[in-house]
Each structure stands twice: as structure tokens, then as C-alpha cells.
Design a protein around this ligand. Sequence first.
Ligand code: SF4
Length: 643
Amino acid sequence: MSVESVFPRLEPLLPSVSKPIQYIGGELNSTVKDWDAARVRWALMYPDAYEVGLPNQGVQILYEVLNERDDILAERTYAVMPDMERVMRENGIPQFTVDAHRPIAAFDILGVSFATELGYTNLLTALDLAGIPLHAVDRTDADPVVLAGGHSAFNPEPIADFVDAAVLGDGEEVVLAISEVIGEWKDEGRPGGRDELLARLAASGGVYVPKFYDVGYLPDGRIEKIAPNREGIPWTVAKHTLMDLDDWPYPKKPLVPLAETVHERFSVEIFRGCTRGCRFCQAGMITRPVRERSLQTIGQMVDNGLKQSGFEEVGLLSLSSADHSEIGDVAQQLGDRYEGTNTSLSLPSTRVDAFNITLANEFSRGGRRSGLTFAPEGGSERLRKVINKMVSEEDLIRTVAAAYSHGWRQVKLYFMCGLPTETDEDVLQIGELAKRVIETGREVSGRKDIRCTVSIGGFVPKPHTPFQWASQLDHETTDERLRKLRASVQSDKRFGRAIGFRYHDGKPGTIEGLLSRGDRRVGRVIEAVWRDGGRFDGWSEHFSYDRWAEKAAEQLVPLGVDLDWFTTRERDYDEVLPWDHLDSGLDREWLWEDWQDAIDPDGAVEVEDCRWTPCFDCGVCPQMDLDIQIGPTGQKLLPLSVV
Ligand code: SF4
């Protein structure tokens, strides 16, 4: 049965909301398919505003992968801004997709990609506006399956009440497998209703259905056990890993936004995974092993993506793009191909070495040399060893000297505050490093207008990393440390104006910490915050720490736990962690040893990058029967196409 578009009712209301264009759809390369011809229908949600969500690679890739199949239809939906939410409630307009403005409740499945836990309240708004019951237990056969994905889905326990299922890892293949299960179940006449559909998905071992697992608690509040509660449900759920990226060259038709968005460029992911072993980095740990795209596929994707979209900028994405085994050739050959055109290339540079400057020079041929960003992450050499970020102060100084002498004027340095074992002194070292950077820049360039921006984020311990057991620094101490750092830099008149600081207060990090390492009990906090008006918690202008703290106290204290218990408490080896039944491939034993190596009282033990050195047994490759896939392939870009 066809589903009506809400657009005729929405259109007259659009002049009353801010940025109405974000609700219009119709972007270049967007797709509207025949509703009745589709066997399985997906609504894909990025739980943030359109301007943040549209460029999201994950959603764009799945949207295209699904829509390429004749029998599957996929449309997109984003979080509506509070003014739009009000208008929709007043006029009875449900959460809709931007493609065909269909109500999301009419779809078979609502897939939500969480890049950050601070998007959880926006999921609740969307469900409520859609008329989908907030709690999975209250849903009927008429409601879509609500499925979480993205990095936050590696611990979906805090949203276990609100989602029917979660998937870990790469989505390209698993969305098709899920579509097949749903399609078959529908073809068979929906036997056993929603419960059987979820059981079929869970039985595969690749879809986590929280309601099929019971969580027991010890008197002290820790988890006693997480166990399946019915036959045929596996004890652990594994992540999905796409092995051959060359076989999946998406996006082939990148979406071109109508409204302004945070990135307006065509992005090509040049590899997935990272084996550098930074101990704080969840993305690096959960996306192992490294799988590279070949130079030829990268070249073809860039060429095709530009033609399909008209973008003038190409971003070569990955967790550490300079680590691609053929990045020198990629930079040089793409540089040759697009030199003299209005196409610019960018490479998010985080690796701190002189080679990165060579790459940056290639990418900016003939263009402006405005700013370069490096991420030493820790202020002192000692702390960088703790986090396994193998960058010496000399490396950094050599790198910035090369940058300034090649005409770069501005260097941005990214650090974290609140890392395990950190002291005030480690943080003050950030200022000393920035001063040396300025001195070096002035010396090698002979100029006075050298700038260095220091950007600092609060460290949040994440599941599936060696720091998953760590105590998170409370926000008061974080703020105090950063205040001391700023005062120490500003008191030195030689540098005060040359060094800029960017940091937010530590409070959002504390709430992110609660949501990252929380268990099912945290769901009631999320709901209470949402009911009290919590929306867009990733946006500083909407985030309210006081509301979160108040609701956490109200909901958790009666259960014998609290905000500190979830954040600043260090965990022991024996503690059952809320995500222990979710398998990222990393060996728990290896993670623990790596954590012990980090906090070794005799000094942290460093671990090399297994991309270039022998395997150090993190467990991912053998356990998942996978392998690192890197070049060099010795390939060259195909002959120049007319640009
Ligand atoms: S199993 Fe070995 S080779 Fe594979 S990612 Fe882990 S350390 Fe590297």
C-alpha cells in the first residue's frame, strides 16, 4: 500500500522555521524509488542536523549500496532542529525522510548511524515524532525495526531500551544480509511476527538484539553476568569487516547538498583501519585490520566523483591518511592530474614527520599554504609514551621547521587533557612545546607573523580500547589544568599573541563518558534528559550539563550507582564490562596487557605499528580470519582523462 508524502502539509509551514532548505531534499544524486515496487524499505538516519549529517560518508555509502538493488529502497532522515520539532508537533507532522517526505514509521527498518553518543537524545525525538514507541518492548509488528550502527554501537547498552538491534563494524555487506532476512520473512507472510524476525537476525551472530540478553548485577553495582536468554542466540556478537575495498568503490554518486553543510567536498576513503596502536583511540582499535584501496581505484573514484558531483575539493580520508603505503605516488600523481585546474586536494594530516610536509606541499601545489594540523595528543614525552603516540619533541620540531620553511605560516597542534597518569606538569608542557614551535618558526622563516593554535579536547575513555578500564578525569580538574596552562602561556609576553588556544570546558566530556561506558541503567538517564527537553547534546548551545547531572542523580542513585561511578572509577580486570559480549575482534587479554604496559610504574612500554613490523597479537587477524592488506601495488593512475 502506497504511503503518502507529508510534503503538501509541510511546505506551507517551512517559511516559519530556520533554514527550511534542509528539509526539502532533491539534492543532486539523491534517489526516490517506487514505494510499491520495493520488497524492503530502509530509512537511514544520521541523528544530527542536516548540515552535519548530509556529508556523513557512512550514510551516503549505505544509501547508495541499498538503492542500487532493485528490490530495496532507502531514504534519508536527519534530526530536525528544535523550531521545526515544535512546528511538527503543533501540526501533527511525523518525522519524515528528506527524499520523498515519507513518514519513517512506514519503513521496515530505521537504521541510525551514531558517530557520537551525544546523538542519543536526538534518536528519541525522531522516534517520538514518528509515533514509534520509544521502548523496543512496546513496539508491534507495524513498527520498523530500529537498528543502531556506527562507532557508538560498539557499546549500545545505554540505548538498549530504545533500539531493537545493533550492528558492529562495516555496514556495506551486512545491510544487504539484513535486507535479505527481512525480505524472506515478509515473503513468508511475517511468521512469528516481530519477535521471530529479530530472532532470525540475532541467530546469525552478526546482529545484536539486546532483548535476547539478560544482564545481572552484583550488590556493589557492577555487572555480574550478561547471557542470552533463549535458545539459538549466540553468547557473543561479532563485528563485520569488509575486506576488499576495491570491490566497493562507494560513494559513486556523492550527494551534493542544497543547503550549507560542514564539508562541501568529495571524500574518498583511501583505507580503513589503523594499526598505530594509540591507546586512547577507539576508531583505530575497532576498525582493524588495515585495508587499503589501490592507487587505481582511488584515482578512478576521484575522477568519477568529481564528474558526478561538480565538487572542486577532494578529501582523501582515513584515520591516518599519510600512512597509505603508496601515499607518495597518490599525492604526486593526483597532483599532476589536477595541477592547473580548479580542483584542490586535501589530506587530513596527523602524522608528525617531515614526509607529511612533502605530501602537504604536493597537495597544495600552486594553492595557499594556510594551515597544517598535527596531533601529538600528549604534552610531554612521558605522556606520549603512555598513550603510545610515538612522537618525540625533536620529531615535532623538525616537522614544523620543515613546514615553516616551505611557506606554511600557521600550525595547529591537537592535544588531549585528562589522559591516564597525567599531571599538571604534563599539561604545562603543551605550552612549552607551543613556544618552541613559535621560536623555530621565527628562526627558519625569519618572520614574526608565525602562529600556532593549540586545540585541546578532554579525554574520554572508550570501550574496546586499552583505556577502557581507566578512570576519567573529573571536569573540575580538567578545567583547572587548562586554566593553569593558559595562564602560563599568557604570562610570557614573547609568545602570548602568537599562540592561540581552543578548548571547551570538561563537562560535555563527562557526559560523553557516562554514555560511552554506561550500561543499560543509563538508558533511564537518557530518557529523563530527553523528556526534560534535552536535544542536540553535541552542540554547546543546546547542551546542559546541569540537566544531565540532575537526571543522572535522580535516576542512578536509587540504583546504588552515580555519574562518578560510571566515569571517574577505574575498573579491574575481573569486572564484566557492559560490552564484553560484543566482539570487536580484539583479544581482551591483549587489551589488558597493553593497559598495564601504559601505566607501568617503570615507564610505559611502547608498541610498534604492525603494518610495518611483525604482528603483536592483538587478536583481530587470526580470530576473524582476516589479514592486513597493504601495498605497494606498483600501480600507476590510468591515463589522464580530460578534466
Ligand atoms: S592481529 Fe597482529 S597483524 Fe593483525 S591487527 Fe592485530 S597486531 Fe596487527
